[in-house]
Design a protein around this ligand. Sequence first.
Ligand code: AMP
Ligand code: MG
Length: 317
Amino acid sequence: MKSVESRKVDTVELVKEYLENPVYKEATIVQAEILRSIRKVLDEKGFVELLPVTVSPITDPLNHPHFGTEFEYYGQKYSVTKSMILHKQVAVLVHKKIYIVSPNVRLETEDKMNTGRHLFDFVQIDMEMLEASREEVFDVMEDAIIYTVEKIKEKYPDIIEKYHPTLKTPSKPFKRYTVKELKEKYGDDYEKKASLDVDEPFWMIDIPLMEREFYDKQDPERPEVLLDFDLIYPEGFEEAISGGEREHEYEQIIKRMKLKNTPPEEFEEYLKVAKAGLLKHSAGCGIGVERFTRWILGLDHVENTRLFAKTPGKHSI
Ligand code: AMP
Ligand code: MG
């Protein structure tokens, strides 16, 4: 990894920036309300909040470089958590509806420095529901987002007026568009273009089979697509949420791993549970907290939505 020396910001300067630029204080006030509001909606719907897993022998296979985020400890190989997806599939067997305010470390490369959307240490609110369809996940998350936006507008009108006066509370149900439809309408850069073209968040559904990991469920009726989805923010803010219905049958999981060239030996512990027939159908998703804050305030970069943000390739504390 390239040294950050060339763009090193002095730590004292960074702390002064936190004290002098009001965005950090205002964004974290809004962010605290996001956490409070989403928790309230999920708690009232009967979800149980679980503690995050920070190191584990099983974590999502997302293709990020490791750079020392893996270690061996008393004979077991651990990785810092990139995603709790596989743990959610187990946890949902204990409680039918769960969520975790989950820190994820994904060592994004420095070309992501200025996307405005990437940190290499971020937090997602990760939820999962047993025996649920993706429609049921949409219903819960739409309620959570609408409640949160309303609450923030009601409690912090001055902050919203200052940063994002045109912020619109979305109406339920959010629109759904298939990836196929979006590609036909907008071409290759469909996610960005569609996001710029709308003024309310929408669900992007039917993501092509090879574009996602083995745990997102293949549609049994249309095997070329997955029963998964993203939520896309309006006004060019792009991806808010990813989620889907999940694979739970051992043979199907192995088939999907082969298709994606995912080495099964890296998921030995997870596969043991699948092989024992313990997993069940579930659906869920994760919403990025910094990105939600960024959209609500209409900010350029997620690094301004929190203290101690970790931007790929930049000096941080
Ligand atoms: P994923 O399942 O990988 O799509 O992650 C779930 C959600 O977390 C995404 O929809 C984003 O809102 C958020 N997220 C993912 N990667 C990052 C990142 N590098 N920086 C900030 N937020 C992220
Ligand atoms: Mg995603």
